[in-house]
Write a protein that binds this ligand. Structure first.
Ligand SMILES: [Zn+2]
Length: 170
């Protein structure tokens, strides 16, 4: 019995068969279409489309950060409200916001208790260490006010803000 080795040539460009299936993946409805000259070809094409759709839909989306700026805005408003009447604190808080939003605050390598805060001067970068529990800082400003109860330098304020943001996004 002769075996057909040649693929039947399509008499026209239009695919003869078309299949559309609806399916669900990751709780979402999706459709896959397949077209071909034969039902087998259409099915194969449909399955390929479906496989691609499943991969796309099951791939986790990058972690959304819808709350970050919203939360930051609230913390800033709240911080300014608390500092009201204290011009120096307001100024330090403004600088702290800059440090946070510019990414100058980062947890230490081995512990999230010690934070490194970088300050950029005109020609150099200085790094200060802030204890995330006591909010003591190694900068000169903090040393000068060490005896003042509850005094927070801009680095300590930046660390506190970072902690609140991290806590909020969890
Ligand atoms: Zn400091």
């Amino acid at each position: 019995m002769p075996v057909a080795t040649e693929t039947e040539q399509a008499p026209q460009a239009e695919p003869l068969c078309g299949i559309t299936v609806e399916f669900q993946v990751a709780g979402q409805k999706a459709w896959a279409k397949g077209a071909g000259q034969t039902p087998d070809e259409a099915t194969a094409n449909m399955q390929a489309t479906m496989a691609k759709a499943i991969v796309a839909l099951e791939t986790p989306q990058p972690a959304p950060q819808p709350n970050y700026y919203e939360k930051l805005g609230r913390l800033i408003t709240c911080g300014y409200a608390k500092a009201k009447g204290d011009a120096k604190l307001t100024e330090r808080f403004s600088k702290a916001i800059q440090l946070v939003t510019c990414g100058h605050v980062r947890p230490g390598m081995t512990s999230d208790v010690i934070f490194y805060v970088q300050t950029q001067q005109a020609d150099s970068t200085t790094q200060y260490y802030v204890d995330g529990r006591t909010y003591t800082c190694t900068c000169a400003d903090a040393q000068r006010h060490a005896t003042e109860d509850g005094y927070l330098c801009k680095h300590a304020l930046a660390v506190k803000l970072t902690q609140k943001l991290a806590h909020a996004s969890k």
